[in-house]
Design a protein around this ligand. Sequence first.
Ligand code: TRP
Length: 334
Amino acid sequence: MSNKPIIFSGMQPSSGSLHIGNYIGALTQWVEMQETFDAYFCVVNLHAITVPQDPAELAARTRLTAAQYIAAGIDPEKSTLFVQSHVPAHTELAWVLNTITGFGEAGRMTQFKDKSQRHGSDKSSVGLFTYPMLMAADILLYQANTVPVGEDQRQHVELTRNLAERFNSRYGHTFTIPTPQIQKETAKIYDLQDPESKMSKSAASEAGLLSILDDPAVTTKKIMRAVTDADGEIRFDRENKPGVSNLLTIFAVLSHRSVESVQNEFAGRGYGDFKKALAEIVAETFTPIRNRTNELLDDPAELDRILFTAAERANATANQTLNTVYDRVGLLRR
Ligand code: TRP
């Protein structure tokens, strides 16, 4: 038991490789936060099945996601990095939370509205509808104080706060009310081909995505082809020079320098030079992460052991909260 404040965050195992936007926007910040917080990081495989998944791929990506987080610096000795389906209390608490959530309230979640409009209501599962209550359960089981997420998850954390307050006032104080910590604007990374849009795995083309596990030759090619502009000046100007500004941000964050100092270094030089230097820094950052990820995947028994150890810790904390909830609601403990 520590008396550090608690953070909880989750990541979907829905892609083969993390991209540099995940790395800069979330991962490097989590790695820092694990020093000062009691941190829980959860691979949310139960959330992943709210949309169709290939079973073999889901299983592989669950391990792959965990391996990349460890390789990038999440230390399993410091943080509890675990797989959601290893802790049954998540689905058990989600059920209880479903019963105190209004139908209309859940229907107002913009992520659900967007996804169900895109796929049509018959192709949208009830699981997709109850996704936010499962997310609330994730957070509340660990009495998290702070939830680091992207702007797109703010509404889900607001719902979590409302459900926690509602439960507490109906049944007596049970849950800590969590606060969202929204990713910094300066950590936002845009698509290399379409620098007005956030870098995202659902982008139209792979060419705009820098993935952690890409071969350095592929990464270099993508950077050399990144969209810039015609004025030829290496200068940060998000509005008029989104492509160059995005590359400057990536350069600055990965080299732990200010955008200004990078800009000064390259003043008067061409885009080609700048891109070459950037490609080198990206390769230097990602090569050790890629190698470590591959090592971890080469020994799945050891990786599973790490994840099971973490799940034991998570289960102990989560079951404590769930027991209190069951007592309060009048459910006989399991
Ligand atoms: N819904 C989040 C996302 O897509 C992932 C997530 C699941 C999460 N449970 C969570 C994030 C709990 C923070 C806390 O990004």
